[in-house]
Design a binder for this molecule. Sequence first.
Ligand code: ATP
Ligand code: PRP
Ligand code: MG
Length: 223
Amino acid sequence: MNDTTRDSSQLILALSKGRIFDDTLPLLAAAGIEVLENPETSRKLILATNDPGIRVLIVRATDVPTYVQHGAADFGVAGKDVLLEHGGEGLYQPIDLKIACCRMSVAVNAGFDYDNAVRQGARLRVATKFVHTAREHFAKKGVHVDLIKLYGSMELAPLVGLSDAIVDVVSTGGTLRANNLVEVEKIMEISSRLVVNQAALKLKRERLQPILDAFERASKQQQ
Ligand code: ATP
Ligand code: PRP
Ligand code: MG
């Protein structure tokens, strides 16, 4: 599976369950590809499609770049947030698919005066899954931070005194509101990108290019 030269007619696509899988389905349909099983109901991790030459791997969102980098998958779909943490090594990122759109933000407890803490040069405890992005953001601002790595439910950290702030993705703001947190700074807009293994792009170009073209056309139409 990890040798991209093995069979240039076979293509492996890495997707995560949930919003990325759901939002990629219409793009696949535009390329004439239909996934034959539903990852929400099947326990299978390798899914067949209507094209015997294309299979879909179901992996954790944060693992998509790793599978593609090492050639275990030829291409995949991953959020910009995930790609920035991974670093993008060995990946070609030809298309912003404009799916799973959200923003990366700093949020704090409703009562916490973030601007004042920053002005005073306070050292902030920041809980996040996105340590690289957070480190870079606060370094640019000249704010000293102690980063606390979490793997999910970041919104809990300020509520129980684990941190002063969080860096997380925000879409409707509903999760922040439900936990009495406020967004105090937007770091960047986030959307999901198509990522392609660099070797596969050369060796499997003939098979990949029509799919990349269809994805590009369909993602433009969706905007
Ligand atoms: P894991 O299951 O490994 O913890 P995850 O929670 O990051 O992963 P998803 O929630 O499916 O997995 O998120 C996939 C991508 O979708 C993220 O990398 C991000 O780019 C985007 N995303 C995350 N949350 C939202 C949201 N609420 N609205 C829109 N897009 C989102
Ligand atoms: C994501 C993210 C936030 C929430 C933001 O969680 O981690 O908690 O969405 O979206 P909102 O602004 O619309 O509330 P997700 O739904 O992916 O759940 P998860 O904790 O299982 O990742
Ligand atoms: Mg999530």
